[in-house]
Design a protein around this ligand. Structure first.
Ligand code: MN
Length: 246
């Protein structure tokens, strides 16, 4: 009989709307430059297609919904999932940015998934924020270095509860406010790669599996956060989240 040298890491799990069961996270893929107006504000070339990067699963912070007090605030959802209404300002940056994103949660895996079959592997959708150390990202771009420290840091993936979903992917409004002031306000329908195309493209690069989350890119209006900011985000029909930067 073999044993681990130390206790293996805890499973990261995200609450599911209306269910006691939670969604165990395997890994997090993210799409870069998937909205034309955001690609322009980042100085990108209009001909460049979207691309992928990743965050570790334990970057997840499960957040309560936006608006008034929720029964889950400050406590736990289900037995083991902490609710993170606070997100710590990370070290080694002076330019932490918010990026509101639709998140796809997979219930089935596979490789080389056809676009026509891609929505069949989707369990549901959530609202996420791709927290970004923009200063480190810009430095990495200048030097041709990887983005891990700019994108994959601790608590860099706040997320709402996952809403189970069948049929066509969400197409509605995607928006983020800081201290009640609108910062990002766009439509999921404006994505360059739609959800089915994202899943299909990802499955050509990796063997996908149940538990994978895909952050699908952010629209224009990204900007800096400071300690004390209240961040609220929503995707029409999917849900909302809120957290405070501390
Ligand atoms: Mn992003």
């Amino acid at each position: 009989m073999s044993a681990y040298l130390f206790d293996p890491p805890a499973v990261v799990a995200v609450p599911i709307d209306g269910q006691a069961e939670t969604f165990p996270v395997r890994r997090i893929l993210c799409v870069g430059r998937n909205y034309a107006a955001h690609r322009r504000e980042m100085g990108g070339d209009d001909r460049d297609p979207p691309f992928f990067f990743a965050k570790p699963a334990d970057a997840i912070v499960a957040c309560p919904p936006a608006g008034g007090a929720s029964q889950s605030e400050g406590g736990r959802i289900a037995d083991s999932v902490p609710v993170g209404k606070d997100v710590a300002y990370p070290p080694k940056t002076t330019n932490l940015h918010h990026e509101i994103e639709l998140v796809v949660a997979l219930k089935v895996g596979g490789s080389d998934i056809a676009v026509e079959a891609a929505l069949d592997v989707v369990f549901g959708y959530a609202v996420g924020v791709d927290m970004t150390r923009r200063d480190l990202q810009n430095a990495a771009k200048d030097k041709g270095q990887p983005w891990d420290s700019a994108k994959g840091f601790d608590a860099s993936a706040p997320i709402s509860a996952i809403r189970p979903w069948t049929g066509p992917a969400p197409q509605g409004r995607i928006a983020l406010s800081v201290n009640g002031q609108a910062r990002q306000d766009a439509s999921v329908a404006d994505m360059i790669w739609n959800v089915a195309e994202i899943v299909s493209e990802a499955s050509k690069l990796w063997t996908l599996a149940a538990g994978d989350l895909i952050y699908t890119g952010t629209p224009e209006g990204v900007g800096p956060l400071v300690r004390g900011d209240l961040v609220e985000g929503e995707v029409e029909g999917v849900g909302s989240l809120r957290f405070t930067v501390v």
